[in-house]
Design a protein around this ligand. Structure first.
Ligand code: ACO
Length: 428
């Protein structure tokens, strides 16, 4: 295979280096092209642009492969836990038993939310969007720990073990604090001796001072959702985190930006949109077929379907599809919308519109059904996605802080007015 690509612009010829990734992905290095030729590349939406070299997560969207640090998501989903996979993402290796125990202790030790952050949550109107509360809560958390967010890379990296554990722990506490606030309740005492999800679920739903621990099978259903969301390479929110981090900003600021980017319905907000769509279909008496027709005509969009990278079944959706039955059985509930989801999937996967466009269910298609069965309100679904994605965002912050040399600064092709003369108010 050639190690250079040749580009001709008029009479000028340029030789561009080809970079090969460890999974044999090829990229043409254009980083010096503008200097050499006075041209930039144009790639609206970045679908064809490698923005960085990264060693965290690998996706082969055509084959439906997702790996964290080389480990297949299917194997991790079966054998690992959210916190173990978080450690793997953050540090690049699976932890030893004692490292995992120490990590769990560190995360657990930060589960009580500082009073200042609780006040920031309480200061928000009850109808504020949970993603807005999470983003501002993260910024406030940084304010409580100024020693972890100096914006001096060396110092922020030295504090990373602490700040990462603090943030992973606190995102769930902020979520619970906002849920309790909306329901006019105080945040109950956290239980650092419980599992990450066991502690979170009692902070969210327990009566009195912690109550009984929720069954392990229920904790496991949420743990699996978090694990499956933990990283997904250079998606919109992760790229936002990396962009912010490239300017030297601390992890709290970078993740607050990531949360904002995740909010949108085409990204993390899709899990909410899926449930709204399924409820709408259910209430209208449709079994899904009419909705599929309207999506084909461009009148609606089949939420939870399609992906910028996957042109095959999203492996996370496959895992969650089978986890749905187990989770609902563990909770002893049935879900009429699960039937509709299955029917929609069946109809869509046999339809030439979806086949030709390679549209398959993505991670959000089934996750919302489990979250709803667990008792989470729909408007918190994207916050739950953010809790899961937190270790990934932190890993990318660390990668940038350790290896990044340049601030990220794309170019543009300006298509606006050329130079105009200013007209005074009287002459307009
Ligand atoms: N329903 C119906 N048609 C669709 C859908 C869908 N969900 N997704 C894409 N299409 C169609 C488009 O209309 C377009 O058709 P055309 O070629 O006739 O114009 C074609 O498929 C390509 O669509 P694009 O929007 O160009 O695909 P892109 O890769 O840019 O978008 C995206 C990916 C945003 C995820 C899109 O599939 C979508 O909107 N899906 C629904 C929202 C969703 O589930 N988002 C979650 C993504 S996963 C995540 O962020 C965790």
């Amino acid at each position: 295979m050639p190690d250079t690509a040749n580009l001709e612009i008029g009479d000028d010829k340029y030789s561009l280096e080809i970079i090969t990734g460890t999974e044999q992905e090829k990229a043409i290095d254009v980083s010096r092209l503008r200097k050499q030729s006075n041209h930039v590349t144009f790639d609206d939406g970045y679908g064809n642009t490698g923005s960085c070299e990264s060693a965290i997560t690998f996706i082969d969207g055509d084959k439906g492969i997702l790996r964290y640090r080389g480990y297949d998501i299917v194997e991790l989903a079966e054998k690992s836990t959210f916190l173990e996979s978080a450690y793997l993402l953050l540090y690049g290796v699976l932890p030893s038993r004692s490292d995992l125990e120490a990590f769990k202790q560190l995360v657990g030790g930060y589960c009580d939310l500082p009073e200042e952050v609780v006040q920031v949550v309480h200061a928000q109107p009850k109808n504020a969007h949970p993603m807005a509360v999470l983003s501002s809560g993260l910024q406030a958390l940084g304010g409580v720990y100024p020693q972890f967010c100096t914006n001096d890379r060396k110092k922020d990296l030295e504090a990373f073990d602490q700040s990462a554990a603090l943030i992973i722990s606190s995102v769930r506490s902020i979520a619970a604090a906002l849920y309790r606030h909306v329901n006019g309740q105080a945040l109950p005492k956290a239980h650092s001796d419980r599992s990450y999800c066991g502690n979170f679920l009692s902070m969210m739903f327990a009566q009195g001072d912690g109550g009984e621990e929720v069954p392990e099978s229920v904790q496991n259903a949420l743990d699996l959702i978090f694990l499956l969301h933990a990283d997904h390479e250079q998606n919109c929110s992760t790229s936002t985190c990396r962009m912010i981090a490239s300017g030297g900003a601390n992890p709290f600021a970078s993740l607050a930006g990531g949360v904002s980017a995740l909010w949108g319905p085409l990204h993390g907000g899709a899990n909410m949109a899926v449930i709204m769509m399924l409820n709408e279909i259910h209430e209208s008496g449709d079994d899904g077929s009419r909705f599929v027709e309207s999506a084909k005509q461009g009148k609606s969009r089949l939420m939870g379907f399609g992906h910028r990278v996957y042109r095959n079944y999203d492996p996370r959706a496959k895992i969650l599809k089978s986890a749905c039955d187990q989770a609902l059985a563990a909770l002893g509930v049935s879900s009429p919308i699960l039937e509709i989801a299955r029917k929609l999937e069946e109809v869509a996967l046999e339809d030439s519109y979806f086949i030709e466009r390679k549209l398959y269910p993505n991670v959000d298609f089934y996750s919302g059904i489990i979250l709803q069965a667990l008792g989470f309100p729909t408007d918190m679904f994207t916050v739950l996605f953010a809790i899961g994605r937190t270790p990934g965002w932190l890993s990318h912050w660390k990668e940038i802080a350790e290896t990044g040399k340049k601030i990220h600064r794309p170019r543009q092709i300006y298509q606006g007015e050329t130079l105009r003369s200013y007209l005074s108010l009287e002459n307009r």
